[in-house]
Design a protein around this ligand. Structure first.
Ligand SMILES: [Zn+2]
Ligand SMILES: [Zn+2]
Length: 291
């Protein structure tokens, strides 16, 4: 690569970074990170909610639904939305306020190069995946931690997009803390940090969306490196496998990996009954970590 190409590549992200600079006051506001994650989550969920609403009427998409018998009820959507608002308003916002006071972000005029951004985001995803894997494993292996702090997220035996954020305030705060500290530990550029946050939200919604679409990220990335929705849906169903949020290597290494397989038409009714029983148990708080 000659020096002029190198220079062009270095400047590729500069206009985007300069544009963001013109909104610096907004970005520095303590409301911004909260509104950013809130809006990004809802926007990422919107297409999947539409697919859920259309159901079998959109047969092309419905054929990719992991559990075709599972329909998302309006009251479930309302319950998830109110939990997301509750967690963001009462917990994430005050904690963000404190964090911003403790760690004011200096503005860096120079944008990262494309290579720096891509490498930084990949490293962030790998580190976040490891940290979350350890957190998740601990919260399944210690019964009290599971019962008090993680079981709420497992109320949905069959996942759907909004269930990504349906969790206790403790879990959401831990996830936020891990997501925020990951680019800090890797000393990433703020633009890399923002890109990582967006990708993190997208992958988390994809994990829970309940569809195994042909263009899903885990289908695009080769060699089964990412688990995607089938991998995480199996975790919600079986509890004791597939703990990592995105990548499959840690579960393979710890022998907690379970290969997902789509349900056959003849056992769907049986699965449905088991599903309803499990969701009922979860609602009553009678579920235990070894189930
Ligand atoms: Zn879990
Ligand atoms: Zn989940």
């Amino acid at each position: 690569m000659n020096s002029s190409c190198q220079h062009d590549e270095d400047l590729l992200l500069q206009p985007i970074w300069d544009k963001l600079h013109s909104h610096r006051d907004l970005l520095a506001s303590p409301f911004f990170p909260v509104m950013f994650t809130f809006a990004a989550n809802l926007l990422a969920c919107a297409p999947y909610l539409l697919l859920d609403a259309m159901g079998p009427r959109w047969s092309f998409f419905h054929q990719y639904k992991l559990k075709p018998y599972h329909s998302v009820k309006p009251e479930t959507v309302a319950r998830c939305l109110s939990r997301i608002c509750y967690n963001h308003g009462l917990f994430i916002f005050p904690v963000t306020l404190v964090c911003q006071g403790l760690r004011p972000q200096p503005w860096i005029p120079q944008a990262p190069t494309v290579l720096q951004l891509v490498t930084g985001v990949a490293l962030c995803l790998l580190l976040f995946d490891l940290l979350f894997f350890l957190w998740h494993l601990l919260h399944h292996r210690v019964p009290l931690l599971y019962r008090w702090l993680h079981s709420l997220h497992h109320q949905h035996g069959s996942t759907f997009s909004l269930s990504a954020q349906y969790a206790s305030a403790w879990e959401i705060l831990c996830l936020q803390l891990l997501a925020v500290s990951t680019p800090c530990l890797l000393t990433c550029h703020p633009l890399t940090e923002m890109t990582f946050f967006l990708l993190n939200i997208w992958l988390s919604v994809e994990d829970h969306c309940g569809y195994d679409l042909p263009w899903s990220t885990h289908k695009i990335v080769p060699f089964g490196i990412l688990g995607g929705a089938p991998f995480h849906d199996l975790h919600h169903e079986k509890f004791r496998c597939n703990y990592a949020p995105y990548f499959t290597h840690w579960d393979k290494l710890f022998r907690t990996y379970r290969k997902p397989s789509r349900g056959q038409p003849d056992n769907r009714q049986e699965e449905k009954v088991r599903e309803q029983r499990k969701e009922e148990q979860n609602r009553q708080g009678s579920v235990t970590w070894w189930n």
